[in-house]
Design a binder for this molecule. Structure first.
Ligand code: AP5
Ligand code: MG
Ligand code: ZN
Length: 217
């Protein structure tokens, strides 16, 4: 199963990615997480990516594509994968398509779009907290841990992402509208777009997503 997860910033891609990937026994690969790991380790890639991420802009396609192909060449991604946060531009989607073709002709099975209204994504982003140790995603109001500021999963400290500042959030939403939203049409034309309503509690969204994928591919 080769899947792409689409949706605006704050739609719940990261929240759903692991559970969906587990249901289909494939790895969940998030370009945002890969960039943040590089930023944390202060690699050359991380230093470069941070300049764009802090402004809410996209990291240049050639940098992103290099990182993605490197990750997709991992043994665990041979049988399938779920991509979260990639592709994010039409050129990225075209490169993914041609690259998969060259690497054995196995194309995508589905692009799942998480549909969430704008005011809801702003609420989700402004209350998001991420575990600094295991990466689990929480929300101060919609999905709070038992003890404020502490991860239930691993006891790690919860932090707010640098790019969740109000100005950066607005820029990310604008970049989404300009560069990423056109992918809905791109995958629609290819006949493998699946759209779901991603409002409601995370568990309901997860069930809706898995059911739609099982029915649609
Ligand atoms: P990335 O990390 O991908 O950020 P994003 O697309 O802006 O998406 P988010 O991670 O903000 O949102 P999400 O949909 O994962 O929501 P989440 O599950 O956390 O990218 C960051 C940056 O990296 C980019 O700006 C860019 O610079 C760079 N980058 C990454 N990929 C790139 C690419 N391909 N090309 C170029 N540059 C790239 O949920 C949000 C909150 O809502 C959480 O608090 C969660 O608890 C809560 N929540 C989730 N579901 C629900 C629900 N059903 N009900 C209530 N609350 C919910
Ligand atoms: Mg995410
Ligand atoms: Zn944790």
């Amino acid at each position: 199963m080769r899947l792409v997860l689409l949706g605006p910033p704050g739609a719940g891609k990261g929240t759903q990615a692991t559970a969906i990937a587990e249901a289909f026994t494939i790895p969940a690969i998030s370009t945002g997480d890969l960039f943040r790991k590089n930023v944390g380790e202060q690699t050359e890639l991380g230093k470069l990516a941070k300049q764009y991420m802090d402004k809410g802009d996209l990291v240049p396609d050639e940098v992103t594509l290099g990182m993605v192909w490197d990750r997709l060449s991992g043994a665990d991604a041979r049988e399938g994968f779920l991509l979260d946060g990639f592709p994010r531009t039409v050129p990225q989607a075209e490169q993914l398509e041609s690259g998969l073709n060259e690497r054995g002709g196995l194309g995508l099975n589905a692009a799942l779009n998480l549909d969430v209204p704008n005011d809801e994504v702003i609420r989700r982003l402004s209350g998001r907290r991420t575990c600094s140790k295991c990466g689990h995603i929480w929300h101060v109001e919609f999905d709070p841990p038992r003890a404020a500021g502490v991860c239930d999963v691993c006891g790690g400290e919860l932090v707010q992402r640098d790019d969740d500042k109000p100005d950066t959030v607005l820029r990310r939403l604008e970049v989404y509208r300009q560069s990423t939203q056109p992918l809905i049409g791109f995958y629609g034309k290819r006949g493998f777009l699946i759209e779901i309503d991603a409002t409601g509690p995370p568990r309901e969204v997860r069930e809706r997503a898995i059911e739609a994928l099982r029915a649609g591919v």
